[in-house]
Write a protein that binds this ligand. Structure first.
Ligand SMILES: Nc1ncnc2c1ncn2[C@@H]1O[C@H](COP(=O)(O)OP(=O)(O)OP(=O)(O)O)[C@@H](O)[C@H]1O
Length: 364
């Protein structure tokens, strides 16, 4: 039997639609040291809500605790403290039998696909249904549309060895969807794929998110994967969530140094070498200031430099620039040099128009 946590918001009368599909509440995970030394704290005070219907990216370096976090969701690990609530059910105290019920609501896909090589694509997708005791006839009725959904209707009889990496991951996705889960956990599912195949698999994940209303958690160390499809992102570092929010805000204005490091080379622009060689941090005696302007949301495509030149009669030189998309919204970065004596005046003008600025340095 499944148990519901005592203080679940469901019991507090909120509508089920407003309920996060997964809640990590004060979660801690310790691993016992084999030599009897101090426990290793893999997760420390994790409070995180995964909104129903969202695609949430969880980013972190190797060893940060990402896999441990998702293993708590399907009960492969149990928290040392705190609660993990999946679809209204606290999974921590569940017996193995009740956990199986939760696992049917949580599909999972992996970096190396984890398909059974002795089974065809059809039989791999059928496997979780066989385990759940679904009849042969119903399995036939359910597997074919799933293969169709992932674009592999013509590969039903092929073995994994006869499929490309992208096709294998599609089989993995169909298999994960077989038990009609509410949540899909993706643990580095595109890390072994080339960029084009990654894009196709991400497009498929987005499709199942939209069409089936499935919530997806993407564990990854690849920021571009998050940028492409995740509406929300959490950054994990040494077992703690260090930054969290909607992807657009986090990517356009990262606050934590770890997030900034992850974003280097993913968003923003690279400065020309002749500029970096001459740039200093000390403003004393500087002739020019190097200013980064970040354009977000509706201002991303505004002709700000034209206005700056016309209204303030100020000459600005463009050093680098790019307009990208984060979660399908435009995000622009421009690096300019301008008269250091008029830096503050220019910043006020730009920021009054809803853009953000950052002084990168000075040139003497
Ligand atoms: N069963 C275990 N026993 C002891 N330590 C463990 C165990 N599982 C994980 N750890 C440790 O917990 C930390 C977090 O591991 P985890 O696998 O969650 O990291 P990760 O962020 O997923 O890393 P990666 O991207 O390399 O998979 C690591 O230092 C790891 O060595």
């Amino acid at each position: 039997m499944l148990t519901t946590p005592q203080t679940s918001p469901v019991l507090e009368g909120q509508s089920p639609a407003a309920e996060p599909v997964i809640r990590f509440m004060g979660v801690e995970k310790r691993f016992r040291a084999p030599s009897g030394g101090q426990d290793f704290v893999a997760l420390n005070g994790i409070d995180l809500d995964i909104p129903a219907g969202s695609i949430t990216g969880i980013i972190g370096r190797s060893g940060a605790g990402k896999s441990t976090l998702v293993r708590l969701v399907n009960g492969l690990e149990r928290p040392s403290a705190g609660r993990v609530v999946v679809d209204g059910v606290d999974v921590a105290p569940l017996e193995e039998r009740a956990l199986r019920d939760v696992r049917r609501r949580v599909g999972m896909i992996f970096q190396h696909f984890n398909l059974l090589s002795s089974r065809t694509a059809f039989d791999n997708v059928a496997l979780p249904l066989e385990i759940a005791g679904v009849s042969r006839r119903e399995i036939r009725e359910r597997v074919a549309p799933l293969l169709d959904l992932v674009g592999l209707a013509d590969k039903a009889g092929n073995y994994p060895a006869e499929l490309s990496g992208g096709q294998k991951q599609r089989v993995g996705i169909a298999r994960a969807l077989a038990t009609r889960p509410k949540v899909l956990l993706s643990d580095e599912a595109t890390s072994a794929l080339d960029p084009e195949t990654t894009r196709q698999v991400l497009a498929l994940l987005k499709k199942v998110n939209r069409e089936l209303g499935l919530s997806i958690i993407l564990i990854t160390h690849e920021m571009h994967v998050v940028r492409e499809i995740a509406g929300r992102v959490a950054v994990i570092e040494a077992g703690r969530i260090v930054e969290e929010g909607d992807t657009y805000s986090v990517f356009s204005q990262p606050r934590h140094p770890t997030t900034k490091t992850f974003l280097e080379g993913v968003t923003g622009v690279r400065l020309p070498q002749f500029l970096t060689e001459r740039m200093v941090q000390d403003a004393a005696g500087a002739r020019e200031a190097v200013l980064k302007i970040v354009f977000t949301g509706p201002t991303a495509t505004d002709p700000i430099l034209f206005e700056l030149g016309r209204s303030l009669d100020l000459r600005v030189n463009i050093m680098a620039g790019a307009v990208e998309e984060i979660d399908e919204r435009p995000y622009g970065t421009l690096v300019v040099t301008l008269d250091a004596a008029r830096l503050e005046e220019a910043r006020r003008f730009i920021e009054a128009r809803g853009l953000t600025t950052e002084v990168l340095g000075h040139v003497r």
